[in-house]
Write a protein that binds this ligand. Structure first.
Ligand code: ADP
Ligand code: MG
Length: 344
């Protein structure tokens, strides 16, 4: 069983005659320890898709009109609020773009991580660590933790070390404003790791940071994934960073997945015209000069999707029939899915 299985998810903003479809039939699986990148320009529906996993988009205005989101086999779309509270920052944790906006400015960072720990990881009494896991059925409600913790302060420091914050013993007393953007993002990652998530969703985690710090945070994510074995859903509008990170890539356009493929093959030989355009828009050093070819036109807004293939109005190889009906996402080579009949 996959860790996460999104099946034909449909989500609207608004209801009835005012409903605007933001996520239109998205299917995506993520295996345990797999890294999947969700890419696409701004406004394509990446964030709302990712937030839907833990149902973090408020309903209303959001309205889930179809599909399933199976997390460890359980449909989060059918969960009660209590069940959702448990999985949020539990089995699935999020890291967002702007750490400054996510951290509370009036609390020391050590205390903020501690709160996250208290919520999801009850202290293990020394006696409980001695009894074998699953013995006598007494262990109800006691999770078997990868790292048994007996006091929170030690664990906060361990987490800060894990995310590469120097001198964590003194850093725990810092307020967020006393740290750089990169260090704040490391704190956010430590908070997300506090619950030992099976799935870490990182939504443009480096977009607000400058380039060298970006690379450091991405290296940190790769290393954490290797050490902790969690799955990562990494969202980015920058295809330039997926090569080092992703096992598989899903390319999203106007609420739909248009290409899904193992990362290496997708970068080497993109199949969908939109993926090709995205790759061409990544700045690269050719002949010493940096060249960037932006994709002409704009992502259509929800409620304003063109008929047929949504990329057709911007597509260099569009044919008249492209605007007639939405192409299906088809497996054209083993493991490679494309929503374009003219992908060759
Ligand atoms: N709370 C909201 N109410 C109405 N529309 C929204 C809301 N949040 C996002 N949208 C719309 O949903 C679409 C997808 O947004 P989003 O998932 O944020 O895109 P991305 O993350 O790919 O940049 C956009 O057209 C956006 O304007
Ligand atoms: Mg977004």
């Amino acid at each position: 069983m996959a860790l996460l299985e999104i099946k034909n998810l449909k989500m609207d903003f608004g209801a009835g005659a005012d409903a605007l479809r933001a996520v239109d039939g998205v299917s995506l699986t993520i295996g345990a320890s797999e890294t999947v990148c969700l890419v696409g320009e701004s406004g394509c529906g990446k964030s709302v898709t990712a937030l839907s996993i833990a149902r973090l988009v408020a309903t209303p205005p959001a309205n889930y009109v179809g599909g399933e989101i199976l997390l460890n086999g359980q449909d989060t779309l059918k969960m009660s609020n209590g069940e959702l509270q448990k999985i949020r920052g539990g089995v699935v944790s999020y890291v967002f773009q702007d750490p400054g906006a996510s951290l509370n400015p009036v609390f020391r960072i050590g205390n903020q991580i501690k709160e996250s720990l208290k919520l999801h990881r009850p202290l293990t009494r020394p006696s409980a660590t001695l009894s074998p896991a699953g013995g006598e059925g007494r262990g109800e409600g006691v999770r078997v933790l990868k790292n048994v913790i007996t006091d929170y302060d030690t664990e906060v420091i361990r987490l800060l070390k894990l995310v590469g914050i120097p001198a964590p013993e003194s850093r725990i007393r810092n307020y967020p404003f006393e740290m750089s953007g990169g260090m704040q993002q490391r704190v956010m990652i430590a908070m997300a790791l506090a619950s030992e998530p099976k799935l870490l969703v990182a939504d443009e985690p480096t977009t607000a940071l400058d380039v060298t710090i970006q690379a450091q945070i991405l290296d940190l994510l790769s290393e954490l994934k290797r050490r902790l074995g969690m799955a990562i859903l990494l969202i980015t509008h920058n295809l330039g960073i997926v090569g080092d990170m992703a096992d598989r890539v899903a390319v999203m356009y106007a609420g739909q997945i248009v290409e899904l493929s193992p990362a290496r093959e997708l970068l080497r030989r993109p199949l969908h015209p939109y993926t090709k355009a995205l790759i061409n828009s990544v700045p690269k050093l050719a002949g010493g000069a940096s060249r960037l070819s932006a994709i002409p036109g704009n992502v259509p807004r929800i409620g304003n999707f063109p008929p047929g293939c949504r990329f057709a109005p911007r597509c260099p190889i569009a044919k008249p029939e492209c605007s007639e009906k939405i192409p299906e996402l088809l497996e054209v080579e083993p493991g490679r899915f494309v929503r374009c009949p003219f992908w060759k």
